[in-house]
Ligand binder design. Structure first.
Ligand code: NAP
Length: 331
């Protein structure tokens, strides 16, 4: 639906300044209340600002539950998440109220897989530790056994969750002479163009030199990577998590890394976020942590904003969302 000058534009709340590719069309089409701060709106502010809106564009830092939906009121026609993951939204509560929830799949797949790959290489070859070593003035000479890392050629990568990003990760290692195993209970066993083998989780953990996590955070996957999971990994293995912090039990990981029961871990996501500076994980040289930046490439963030805006505008216009995580609201 095109809004003409005589029509009242739909009211929307946007919980942060997103990239112009999304913000511009939202400003053009809607009466947009855009939260201007770097920090997300507090719970009180969120509950206040959603009152009476037709649409909500939110980020993964906003917890959107039934209370927020009820605060918005019966006019709320769409919740558009600026992310592919939607564990910050109570989708069942939205469905119960007939509200479609949008997300931004696909366009951040490559950027996220690139970061998973970068973290895998960095942890395996001790890049961050080596850089700290140099800056600390510890580089006295070239040493035959100095900062030895792992080999990639001939090694096995185990991918847990073989959806868009998991498969993109498999594609990245094909030039590295690596074998790829994957575990995904519902994935089709045929993966055209990808030399990846479906297996059960125990086999994957037993045989993999690198384990990369790509599942969504759900009640079933919360703490999927726990003490038992880590104990099944090889002592020389590396764990990479670019999925969600809640998928990993961080205390179990700390214990495992501290006792050198696996080689290293590399995390893009933590629980909570931001990771408190007194987290014991930060004491460890064999743990790399970056601040949830896997999708932080220019194209990816431009397109996330664009798709989130597109979903929002479709929703407030009474049209079907291009990417809807609860399509049952339309039936
Ligand atoms: P996707 O295409 O839906 O892939 C996820 C796959 O995991 C699906 O095939 C899913 O199977 C499978 N899965 C679900 N539960 C599983 C389990 N218990 N064990 C093994 N596999 C399981 O999603 P995607 O686009 O690849 O994104 C994956 C996740 O990455 C997102 O949900 C998001 O949380 C995270 N992510 C993080 C960043 C970042 O910045 N760090 C960026 C993008 C995405 P079913 O479809 O059968 O459930």
């Amino acid at each position: 639906m095109q809004y003409t000058s005589g029509m009242e534009k739909p009211k929307v709340f946007v919980t942060r300044i997103i990239r112009d590719k999304g913000l511009d069309p939202v400003k053009e089409t809607c009466q947009a209340d855009i939260w201007p701060e770097e920090m997300p709106p507090s719970r009180e502010v969120l509950l206040e600002r959603v009152r009476g809106v037709d649409g909500l564009l939110c980020l993964l830092t906003d917890r959107i539950d039934g209370e927020v939906m009820d605060a918005a009121g019966p006019g709320l026609k769409v919740i558009s998440n600026h992310a592919v993951g939607f564990d910050n939204i109570d989708v069942a509560a939205a469905t119960a109220r007939g509200i479609p929830v949008g997300n931004t799949p696909g366009i951040l797949t490559d950027a996220t897989a690139d970061m998973a790959f970068a973290l895998m290489m960095a942890a395996g070859r001790r890049v961050v530790e080596a850089e700290k070593f140099l800056r600390a003035g510890k580089w006295k000479t070239w040493g035959p056994s100095m900062l030895l890392g792992l080999d990639f050629a001939g090694a096995t990568l185990g991918i847990v969750g073989f959806g868009r990003i998991g498969q993109a990760m498999a594609k990245r290692v094909t030039g590295f002479d690596m074998r790829v195993l994957y575990y995904d209970p519902n994935a089709s066993s045929s993966t055209p163009d990808l030399p990846a083998i479906s297996t059960d989780l125990d086999t994957l953990l037993r045989e993999s030199n690198f384990v990369s996590i790509h599942v969504p955070l759900t009640p079933e996957t919360r703490h999927l990577v726990n003490a038992d999971f880590l104990a099944k990994m090889k002592p020389e293995a590396v764990l990479v998590n670019t999925a969600r912090g809640g998928v990993l039990d961080q205390s179990a990981l700390y214990k495992t890394l501290k006792e050198h029961r696996i080689f290293a871990a590399a995390l893009d996501v933590t629980d909570p976020e931001p990771l408190p500076l007194d987290s014991p994980l930060l004491e460890l040289d064999n743990c790399i942590i970056v601040p949830h930046i896997a999708s932080a490439s220019v194209y990816s963030r431009d397109m996330m904003a664009f798709l989130a805006a597109k979903n929002l505008i479709a929703g407030v216009s009474g049209e079907r969302l291009e990417h809807c995580v609860n399509p049952e609201v339309y039936s």
